[in-house]
Design a protein around this ligand. Structure first.
Ligand SMILES: [Zn+2]
Length: 453
């Protein structure tokens, strides 16, 4: 790791972040400071503004890293990702349920071994940082040691992580099943151990309705009631045969959404992955409960799940709150840039549109708001944690050329080009709470050499 946290330093570069929702404010929701200065103190953003205005405020000896030509973004946020699935990305299956049985369940079985879990957690978190992602909402496996391994490694890096043990008491191999009772007890113990410790928060994690009995969903609802402040994460309406299976398993339910609703699993801290095939009554219920639909576009195209109906999700007077995620390993890229690009494509294929500022907002401030963490992450506003990404377009010649050709274009065009032509190659460095935890070779930033005093 990078040693002592730097206390005070400043970065010079182009600053780009969302300060509002582009759906309400258009391009004005994106603050763009072409020659900006970002001052960081004690792991938080202390000030930002124009370099010419702010440079006089630098204290004598305050280190200044000149990143002219680079773009400083808030750390990207991934709102739904499975760390035990790093080894099954791009594995072939007929559909979701076949893919789970053939590839994912065998891979997750190995996480009973704490050493295996720890090695996977290290790889996963370092891969997030290499992609400029500093915060994530993460599924572990059914094994409590898989949560411990991830949370310990995330704590060592100071990353903002929401995570939980999968609850799964049917429809999976015996080695991956808990029971309603053990799933409840182990989750409660993990909440006591990890929720609110440093930058870790807990998410009660019934995998999806197919793999949880009514008794287990009841237990998940009880955990939410007994521990206000924890999150709920699960999957909803990803594929049509999955929905048919759920309606067969819960014959009293008129819809998939009603299953979760019956057990008290909807609410403002509920993160529901996918939400592709939903009826009007389900959309209305998600909106009224302020639940979050987490869009996972690279997963949806890879597994052939379908095209999310963004217009339906956003339709007034009952818009559904939204998040954006990679869904590794159903998803195919760790990069939130590539995830933004894929959302653009699936929305286009559905005959709809999302403006590029909206894409960028989702991956940053929008996801922070979905988590209720907008005071801490998602933007570079003073007071927020100094979680940020240094992007160097020159590291991807096709992107650099595109931006040079469009030098007179607005911020929307820049953001779409960055999403479509950007990936981990353009990430020069990633800071977490002011510590440089990743820097590519030849970068102006050094891991392990904090710039501050
Ligand atoms: Zn998922």
């Amino acid at each position: 790791m990078s040693g002592e946290a730097p206390r005070r330093f400043a970065l010079r570069g182009r600053i780009l972040h969302a300060v509002g929702d582009p759906a309400e404010r258009g391009e004005a929701a994106i603050e763009d400071i072409p020659d900006g200065l970002l001052r960081i103190a004690e792991g938080r953003i202390a000030a930002l503004g124009d370099y010419g205005d702010l440079r006089h405020a630098l204290e004598p000896g305050e280190p200044l890293i000149d990143l002219t030509g680079r773009i400083l973004l808030p750390g990207l946020i991934d709102a739904h990702v499975h760390y035990p699935q790093t080894g099954v990305v791009a594995a072939h299956g007929r559909d979701l349920l076949d893919w789970l049985e053939r590839h994912t369940f065998p891979a997750e079985s190995a996480f009973a071994d704490p050493e295996h879990a720890r090695e996977a957690a290290r790889f996963f978190l370092d891969e997030l940082l290499r992609n400029g992602t500093t915060a994530a909402v993460v599924y572990c496996t059914v094994h409590p040691v898989s949560v411990d391994a991830l949370c310990e490694e995330a704590s060592a890096r100071g990353m903002r992580i929401v995570a939980g043990k999968v609850m799964m008491d049917r429809g999976a191999p015996a080695a991956l099943r808990d029971t309603a009772e053990t799933g409840y007890r182990e989750s409660a113990a993990l909440i006591a151990r990890w929720h609110g410790r440093g930058r870790i928060a807990y998410a009660v994690t019934p995998r999806f309705a197919v793999t949880s009995s009514e008794a287990q969903l009841e237990a998940a609802g009880a955990l939410l009631r007994e521990h206000p402040g924890v999150y709920l994460q699960t999957h909803l309406a990803e594929q049509r045969n999955e929905i048919a299976t759920v309606l067969r398993l819960f014959p009293w339910a008129a819809s998939y959404t009603e299953v979760y609703d019956r057990f008290g699993l909807l609410g403002p801290r509920s993160l529901l992955g996918h939400c592709i095939h939903l009826a009007e009554a389900e959309l209305a219920r998600l909106s009224a409960s302020r639940s979050v639909a987490v869009l996972c576009p690279t997963s949806n195209t890879f597994l052939g799940s379908g095209l999310v109906d963004l217009d339906a999700l956003r339709r007034p007077p009952r818009p559904v709150r939204l998040g954006l995620a990679t869904d590794i390993g159903g998803g195919t890229s760790y990069s939130m840039f590539q995830t933004m690009a894929e959302l653009h494509k699936v929305v286009r294929l559905a005959g709809q549109g999302i403006d590029p500022c909206g894409l960028f907002h989702l991956a940053t401030l929008g996801n922070a708001r979905a988590l209720g963490l907008e005071r801490e992450i998602g933007s570079l506003r003073p007071g927020c944690a100094a979680d940020l990404v240094v992007v160097d377009p020159a590291r991807r010649p096709a992107l650099a050329r595109r931006l040079a050709a469009g030098a007179e274009e607005g911020v929307s065009d820049l953001l779409l080009a960055l999403a479509v032509l950007g990936d981990e190659q353009v990430v020069e460095a990633t800071f977490v709470a002011g510590r440089p935890l990743y820097a590519c070779p030849g970068s102006g930033v050094s891991v392990g050499q904090p710039p501050g005093r």
